[in-house]
Structures are given as C-alpha cells and as structure tokens.
Design a protein around this ligand. Structure first.
Ligand code: TYD
Ligand code: MG
Length: 429
C-alpha cells in the first residue's frame, strides 16, 4: 500500500463548517450545541468525555478481531434504545450476520437500522433518507466510491470517503463513528491522514489472549485525551470494568517469589497490576532478557542498576552478579502494558525476589522510579496510587524517601535507594 503523505488540511476539511454566520464574541458562543449523546456504555463515555458530540466524527481504531464491531454494535443498540435513530453501515459483514450477533448479544433495538452497503454515494443517499442521529461505518477501509478510480482501501479512497462523511456529519449534525483497522505496528492501515480529518481518535486495544480491552482517546477535540476505558470481552459481548484493580489481581498467588504489585496510573485512573519476574540460570552466551507488557529498556536499566549499585548486604548469600549469567523474563500480568517509570521499584523487587527465592510480603506494593545512581524517585500521583492500594487491602508500600504521607491504614517503607528498598522489603522476614 502506498505511504500516505502527511497533509495539513484546511479547517473545513478538519471538521469545521465551510461557512459561518460571522464573528461572535467568545462569551456568546453556544456551547450547548456540543451537547453529548451518551453511548450507553459507561467506559466508552468516560473516554469520550460523556458521549458523542453531534456533528462530530470519531475514528475507532484497533487490530482486526479485537472487538470493534462488537463495541459499536452494543453502543448503537444502547443509543437506539435511548431514543436515537441509529444506523449501522456494515461494509464487511452481511446484515444477517450482524443481526445474528445482535440477537446473541441481546441488543435488538427497533430504532437500530442496518445497511449492508460499501458504496459511498449509495450510503450517503440512504443517510439522507433515514436522517439518523448516529451513524457507524464499519469499516472506513471497505467503503469506496467507484468514481474515484483507485481500489477500495487505498489511501485516496479512504481519505476521500472519510472526508465526505465528515462533511455529511457537519451538515446534518449527526455523530459519525468510523471503524478503522490498525496494523500490528499500531498505525491505522494506510489512512494515517484520517487522524487529521476526524475530531476524535479512539484506540481500542488489548491482547488477543486476554479478555481485557482498553479504550483510550489518542486525539480528542472535545475533551481530555487521558482517560482510559476498560472492558472485558465475554460470551455476552463487552462488559465495562468500572473497578479494574480487582480484575488484575484476581489470579494472583501471594507467597510466590518474583511477584510484586504496583499501583500504576492509566490516564487518571489508578490501577493495581502484578509484575512478575523469573530469573533462571542461562545456558546461553548471551542470556535472554524478555519483557512482556513492560518496557524492555527499563528492564535493561534496572538489571544494570541491580548489577552495579545494589548491595545485598553482609551475610547475604546472593550475588547480584548472578543476574549477568541468568535468563530474565519479566511481565505485567493480565494483558495490560505498564511502561511508566513508576513501576521500576516493583520490577526491581520482583527480580530480586526471584533471584533470592524470597517472596515479597503479600500485603506490600511498591511504587517509584529508579535512577541510574540506584536512587528512588517519586512517581507522579503517588497519593492516588497509594489510596487505591489501601482500598484493595494492601497495608504496606515501598516508596521513595520523599513520598507524601500515607493514606489511612497504610504504612510507608521509605527508601532513598534501591538497596534500602530491598532491605526494607525483607527486613521482617
Ligand atoms: P469483532 O467485534 O468482530 O472484532 P473487530 O470488529 O475488531 O474485527 O470481535 C471479534 C472477536 O470477539 C471474535 O473473535 C469473537 C469475540 N467475541 C466474543 O468473545 N464475545 C462476543 O459476544 C462477541 C460478539 C465476539
Ligand atoms: Mg469488525
């Protein structure tokens, strides 16, 4: 597929009306015109800042099979159930296929209309006739205009079709959602240019082998792009997960060496995630280092710091040099990615725990960044993280020396260095 050139589109193409009624004092601009329509899915609304804005275009991108069609069918059905006239343009699956899925999900809503059509002019004509409030086009890569000459799915087709749908959304004040398939590398296959054309870009992610699905706004003209929505894919479709920390820790087995819980932040949400490490003797000249759901660079950094800066103390029969001749596997459990430096201390403790065979106390979490000198630095929003850990029953937290006061019911083990953190973690055992 040809590479899309990065074009800057004029304002009208980026979603503004082509003509206006002239200048208005800023205080008199009508904000109510942005009244949002709830999608009926709380976790999706959270990411959208309350719901879909009339006249706006939202692109939902994700890998094939991740659940985009399911998510949007559920949302459309909920909106139709709440009185909106909803249209699902299905250009990939047949109408009977979609109906069968809707039946299985228990989402057959009378105001939900299906149109199995991939030809854009015909789709636009049907939109004119039906006058829907919300339209989902599944997917933007499969709709095409025969007059354009290029093949369906080409950059020209995708960009042109998206642009016409943007204009249609503005003209009719309807909310349009475009489904876009994303390649493994994370770029929207072909139409990166779409990101400029639409108002909101939502990424729908997850590990195919896990039930967890994450929704986040990559770009958002009508609100914060920091919020995260969480769903679980079940036999009954996607179910919102308003309290995710419990989900991530459900299968945890306390008392096993190499496991540490970190209160991480996903957008504005604290999330407790188990970090695991396995250090095992290697037979390779160059031992393996693998990081799943964790940042590979941070794993390497922490191994280097453990090797050079950490003193396991007198009487310890552990030699940090053993790390250099061991295979190291580390992962964030549950299909979530934890790449922030705030997980450093937890990862370091998990490594030491596996190396020494000593489990970390079950009621302990760890949060903080590790510097190259082996010093601990505070992670952003430490109080919120600790409050979430306390809420889930954790009683002790290894934190940098500078951390703020503990939430009720929690004891802080303050450590200036990683050596200090290791001693504090196992001081009682
Ligand atoms: P789908 O929404 O078709 O993905 P996309 O549109 O992103 O390609 O979802 C596909 C997967 O979701 C499929 O492998 C089956 C699974 N699934 C469930 O587990 N439960 C369900 O209720 C539904 C509808 C799908
Ligand atoms: Mg699909």
């Amino acid at each position: 597929m040809e590479e899309p050139e990065d074009v800057v589109l004029p304002g009208w193409a980026a979603g503004l009306p082509a003509t206006s009624a002239g200048p208005v004092p800023i205080g008199e601009v009508d904000v109510d015109a942005c009244g949002r329509r709830s999608t009926g899915l709380g976790e999706l609304d959270r990411v959208l800042g309350g719901g879909l804005v009339p006249g706006s275009v939202t692109l939902v991108g994700g890998e094939p099979g991740i659940g985009k069609s399911t998510l949007l069918l559920q949302a459309l059905a909920a909106m139709a159930g709440a009185g909106a006239r909803a249209l699902l343009v299905t250009a990939e699956e047949s109408a009977p296929q979609v109906r069968m899925r809707a039946e299985r999900l228990g989402t057959l809503a009378p105001e939900l209309h299906l149109l199995a059509d991939a030809v854009l002019p015909s789709v636009l004509a049907h939109i004119d006739a039906l006058r829907p409030d919300v339209v989902v086009v599944d997917s933007i890569q499969t709709v095409f205009d025969p007059d354009l000459g290029s093949v369906p799915g080409s950059v020209t087709q995708v960009r042109e079709c998206a642009h016409r749908l943007v204009v249609a959304a503005k003209e009719r004040a309807m909310s349009v959602v475009l489904v876009g398939h994303v390649t493994k590398e994370g770029s929207l296959a072909g139409p990166r240019v779409l990101e400029h054309v639409v108002d909101t870009v939502v990424a729908f992610e997850g590990d195919r082998h896990h039930a967890l699905r994450l929704v986040r706004a990559v770009k958002h003209r009508f609100g914060s792009a920091e919020e995260l929505g969480l769903f679980e894919m079940t036999d009954a479709g996607l179910i919102g997960v308003p309290d995710p920390s419990g989900l991530f820790l459900a299968d945890r087995r306390p008392g096993v060496a190499g496991s540490v819980v970190v209160p991480t932040m996903e957008g504005h949400r604290p999330l407790l995630v188990e970090v695991q490490a396995l250090v095992s003797p290697s037979t390779l000249a160059q031992p393996r280092r693998s990081a799943q759901g964790l940042d590979h660079g941070r794993l390497t950094l922490i191994l280097a710091v453990l090797g050079c800066r950490v003193d396991f103390g007198p009487g310890s029969n552990t030699d940090s040099g053993a790390l250099g001749t061991s295979d190291v596997h580390a992962s964030a459990v549950g299909g979530v990615r934890v790449v922030e430096p705030g997980a450093d201390v937890a990862l370091a403790l998990a490594l030491v725990s596996s190396l020494t065979g000593r489990p970390v106390p079950a009621d302990l979490v760890a949060v903080g960044e590790v510097g190259l000198g082996g010093e601990l630095r505070q992670a952003a929003q430490t109080p919120r993280r600790l409050a979430e850990a306390a809420r889930l029953g954790f009683r002790r937290a290894v934190v940098p020396a500078t951390a703020p006061v503990a939430p009720p019911g929690m004891t802080l083990l303050r450590a200036a260095t990683l050596t200090d953190a290791i001693h504090q973690t196992w001081s009682g055992s």
